[in-house]
Design a protein around this ligand. Sequence first.
Ligand SMILES: Nc1ncnc2c1ncn2[C@@H]1O[C@H](COP(=O)(O)OP(=O)(O)OP(=O)(O)O)[C@@H](O)[C@H]1O
Length: 582
Amino acid sequence: MLLHQLWPLLRPYRWQILLAFFLLCAASLTLLLVPLAFRDLIDLGFGSDTSSTHIESSLSRHFLLLTGLAAFWALAVACRYYTVSWVGERVTADLRSLVYQRVLTQSPQFFETLQTGEVLSRLTTDTTLIQTVIGSSVSMGLRSLIQLIGGMVMLALTSWYLFSLNLGLMLLVTLPVMLIGRKVKHLSRESQDRIADSSAMAGEILNAMPTVQSYGQENRETNRFRHSVEVSFNTAIRRTRVRAALAAVVIAGISGAIVFVLWIGARQVGSGELSGGQLASFILYAALVAGSVSTLAEVWGDIMRAAGATGRLLELLDAQPAIENPQQPETLPQLDQVSITLSEVSFYYPSKPDQPALNNISLQIQPGETIALVGPSGAGKSTLFQLLLRFYDLHHGTIHFNDRDIRSLRLQDLRSMMALVPQDPVIFSSSALENIRYGKPNASDDEVRQAARAAYADDFIQALPQGYDTFLGERGTRLSGGQRQRIAIARAMLKDAPILLLDEATSALDAESEILVQQGLNSVMHGRTTLVIAHRLATIQDADRIVVLEHGRIIETGTPSELRQQSGLYSRLAKLQLDIQP
Ligand SMILES: Nc1ncnc2c1ncn2[C@@H]1O[C@H](COP(=O)(O)OP(=O)(O)OP(=O)(O)O)[C@@H](O)[C@H]1O
């Protein structure tokens, strides 16, 4: 079942697997010949007159043969070990990349329910389990299986009577092994889930250290994490207990069977039914078979454990993104002149199915027009941006860019038409230069600097210890809020997209920098279709039109001066904000 699920990943390496299988068979069969050589050695060496030169030369031949077998065995094992480990590492690396690639195509909805720490845990610990199985357990299992079957055949050939006795006892051991194996699988999945829970928790807290420390919650968080670790410890111990029981059952069953058969065999040697050499080779084969059974039990436990992990990974691989590319994507001609038309748009977030975030919105935005979205917190302004970027699909209505429904465009094409400056800009852990270049990966250093100058980011970047090459720290922790915003604006400017989405892009700037950055933005906005979300109305006085949203509905639209003349929400806000300023 596990291998069947993993087969698509294994198939590219089928030749390596075949080679490993061949080496494995060769090594195992060699090992099976050893007891035979022993039998002859013992019967020749101790069973009869040892003085004859014929026997001496025969003995030497047997010793030579044994040495040859050992050398071949060693070589085959080394080659098999290398090949199988290679396949294990390779498949794990492929699986990691594949799962990561898949996760990156998921829409935001997916990340609302699955925490990033959990994804990370699946990518690391779960894949490591699978690597153990492919890279060692499966080959150990196969080797043991060949040795088990071969050993059984040889046992049967050596003494049918003793073999049948042994077989009966072995079967008695197998049944509990299978039953306990299933339990291990279940407990293993649970244990991996608990590990993922603690990773998710740690991930979240490590990302919020300043808040945790400013509220003095270090001890509480430590305890919460300790509790979570304890839960995973307890689950792991439950699994270990079951596996320990498995080992006890196997060892007790097998050694009991061997001792019993040895006792019967010894009596047969005494009565002359069996030679000493035959009994010795029988015992070697029985030990081989016993070893194989206990390895198989161990491997079975590993495989069941990995089956749990594979299930969790395949869940990620099989997750269908909520938003997908259309079957036959259309293209948008005239990319420099984009109009946006929203017709009766209604939308509910998946987690709030009975509270519309946007309710019956219709809006026509001309190419090159600047629209400012104003309204109280939670009115649905950022949601509108999310819908334009098609992070979610609408429940009712349509959005058109020029005359194309956005659902008919390839996601990449659609998103390449928009440059977004989000409320909370993201800074990656790389240099200032690379952070801005994220807007256009093939931009030259000069283009990057130009964008930085336009966003008034050039001065502060130059003043950083290594200028544009300064490492900005994880999530830009080495920058102020306003500096992060300017980097994000420079990045959006560099993208040079026909639509600009500014979500409170200058909210963290001081008044002076805001005016400067605004000038920069004005020059970029010129000729582009722009949507600006702003709480500070002073920054949107140049907008062509203001759209006022409340509770997900448009309640007013018009130019700033038109709206001031009405006695609606905008004029109330404007009175509060603009009129008290000197
Ligand atoms: N991912 C989400 N899942 C569920 N509800 C959400 C989600 N994001 C936003 N909301 C809800 O949708 C509504 C609109 O949110 P939105 O972020 O669009 O408001 P906004 O007008 O941009 O507010 P602000 O000015 O504070 O940024 C709010 O009631 C908010 O609680």
